[in-house]
Design a protein around this ligand. Structure first.
Ligand code: 9D3
Length: 231
């Protein structure tokens, strides 16, 4: 899988992919991440990437030409790439979308800035518009990092055996159970007896129970959505 990220702030990405699972995936040749400065695709002296909105109003709009040139420079006719614009108007990026993306060969991520991008980019250049949630951020750069992280973890071979159990937890529709490690008692706080019992059937039942209780209390929507999928 090859990720291309188009941004006016390429420096934001320095170092963020240099750790843990993403770093290992890059080193193993499972993914490539290329960061592109949108200003490199301008032709004018001021390397202008934004302009004032037709019709007036506050804020600036990202110009179409540099975005079209950047994406066209990165794709050739034959390549089946997802071209995703990160924007507050996007479809909600969730585990299902991450899974879908993990099966693609190319993902191009365009980081929105300013008030938004020229609508011709939305209509004729991108294949998807993605938001990472209902809160206001300053631009699409951090959302692009989120997408790279979530998608990379789903690429076969990216997770070591130590991590692999985690693959299931969100997909299966319930939250994780509580975890404990040594010491068995810390400042009077005890680890639940069942986890020390060595009774694996009982431990499994306890974990499933705790997981379900927490999900019902905190995220009942996850349980409902699982039922819908079962039909
Ligand atoms: C006043 C209207 N606002 C749109 C809801 C303006 C606006 C807010 C934030 C325009 C751009 C932005 C910058 N945010 C993103 O580019 C963004 C984002 C986000 O803010 N939240 C969640 N996901 C994303 S993906 C890109």
């Amino acid at each position: 899988m090859r990720f291309d990220v188009i941004t006016i702030f390429p420096e934001i990405f320095s170092g963020v992919f240099d750790f843990g699972i993403i770093r290992r995936a890059v080193e193993a040749g499972l993914i490539e991440i290329h960061i592109h400065d949108l200003r490199d695709y301008t032709h004018d002296r001021h390397r202008q990437v934004d302009d004032r909105p037709f019709g007036g109003g506050a804020g600036m709009v990202m110009k179409p030409e540099p975005l079209f040139r950047a994406v066209e420079a990165l794709t050739n006719e034959e390549s089946e790439a997802r071209v995703a614009l990160l924007s507050p108007q996007g479809r909600l990026f969730n585990q299902q979308v991450a899974d879908e993306y993990s099966r693609k060969r190319r993902v191009i991520l365009i980081c929105g800035r300013y008030e938004g991008v020229d609508e011709r980019v939305v209509e004729h250049l991108i294949t998807d518009e993605l938001s990472i949630g209902d809160y206001v951020l300053s631009g699409g750069e951090i959302p692009a990092m989120v997408v790279v992280d979530a998608v990379t973890r789903l690429i076969p071979g990216a997770l070591g055996c130590g991590d692999s159990a985690e693959r299931e937890s969100f997909v299966s529709g319930s939250l994780d159970y509580p975890h404990y490690t040594r010491p068995a008692e810390y400042r009077g706080m005890k680890v639940p007896e069942v986890l020390l019992s060595g009774n694996h059937a009982e431990i499994e039942r306890w974990r499933r129970d705790e997981s379900l209780k927490k999900t019902l209390r905190r995220r009942p929507d996850l349980i409902k959505s699982e039922r819908v999928e079962e039909r």
